[in-house]
Design a protein around this ligand. Structure first.
Ligand code: SF4
Length: 326
């Protein structure tokens, strides 16, 4: 009986202590007036803009070695690799299109999202002045470019509360060319003979790859969502691009489909930049969401070879980079 009571009391105490620590951490990290948080985010933006993550660099090198000598495909891959090395060494953007700036922030409870958003805006403005980001965001009605990359809906910031006691920030820079070849299909699709099943899903994904040839700066990576509504489907397909290229889908059916799509795409002969060759896709990541019985969407986000994504865990006390993700 006494043992039980002391166990209960100790549980209460630890709960209280964790609650207190979480509050302290979130309050500290979300304080927008803090200069070091801004500096930390600027470094995240710089590194994302100039350097590919290791998993992407690895598949690009694999593709480079796969292409046959004296072919246009090999030449294209050589240029891509030279571009990657030059950008890293000179600390300059990998591509002139620094793309849509997408932040994904995972945080504990009691986190001040408004304060964090303000610091992100400041960091994006500063990174634009420094040249890590091109002046890329324009008013859709007037075409006006304020030159700051901050405006309605840009940067795009997505917050998710998680159970951990850390703030993790993932950043993706998604170019316009590859965004343009994203696609959403509503099944059944009579023209393609695609029904509401996995074979139908496979058909529309391969159709999207076929239609993207010569555009979107391949070889690329696909993020796919099966189901959801139109908005959630596209968002989930983009979030699939946050996965590491060497990870394995926990759903064996989707894992099989991912591998099948990459293998099949690489036999189509589309190749780097659509010049022919053995590498059309570098990867494919698929997830599913519940849907209404009346709808069956397949949403596809296409990422070009300039697959810029990085992530950091923020040190709760100093607001510096505690750890790089990827
Ligand atoms: S699609 Fe990618 S590589 Fe091509 S111009 Fe846009 S950002 Fe650059």
């Amino acid at each position: 009986m006494a043992k039980k009571a002391s166990k209960k009391a100790s549980k209460k105490v630890t709960k209280k202590v964790t609650k207190k620590t979480t509050k302290k951490v979130t309050k500290k990290v979300s304080k927008n007036s803090n200069g070091s948080l801004k500096t930390t985010l600027i470094e995240l933006i710089r590194k994302t803009s100039v350097e590919l993550p290791d998993d992407v660099q690895k598949v690009i090198l694999d593709a480079l070695h796969r292409e046959e000598k004296n072919t246009t495909a090999k030449y294209a891959m050589d240029i891509i690799q030279a571009n990657i090395e030059l950008a890293k060494n000179k600390s300059q953007p990998l591509c002139q299109d620094t793309g849509t700036v997408l932040f994904f922030v995972a945080h504990p409870k009691n986190f001040d999202q408004l304060a964090f958003t303000k610091t992100v805006h400041d960091a994006v403005k500063a990174s634009t002045i420094k040249g890590y980001l091109r002046q890329n965001s324009v008013n859709s009605l007037t075409g006006e470019n304020e030159g700051t990359n901050v405006g309605k809906g840009h940067p795009s910031i997505h917050f998710h509360q998680h159970k951990k006691n850390t703030v993790e920030v993932r950043l993706m820079l998604k170019g316009g060319g590859c965004e343009n070849v994203g696609a959403q299909y509503s099944l059944p699709h009579t023209e393609l003979g695609a029904g509401r099943d996995l074979e139908g899903v496979r058909k529309v994904i391969l159709d999207a790859i076929h239609k993207a040839q010569g555009k979107g700066c391949g070889p690329g990576v696909l993020g796919v969502c099966i189901g959801g509504d139109r908005g959630m489907g596209y968002m989930e397909s983009k979030e699939q691009l946050l996965r590491s290229l060497d990870d394995q889908n926990s759903n064996p059916v989707l894992d099989q489909l991912e591998k099948d799509i990459v293998t099949t795409a690489n036999t189509l002969g589309i190749g780097p930049m659509g010049f022919g060759g053995k590498t059309t896709l570098l990867g494919c990541k698929i997830s599913d969401l519940n849907r209404l019985p009346a709808s069956f969407f397949v949403s596809i986000s296409y990422m070009c070879w300039a697959y810029r994504r990085k992530g950091i865990v923020i040190d709760e006390k100093k607001h510096t980079i505690k750890k790089w993700i990827y």
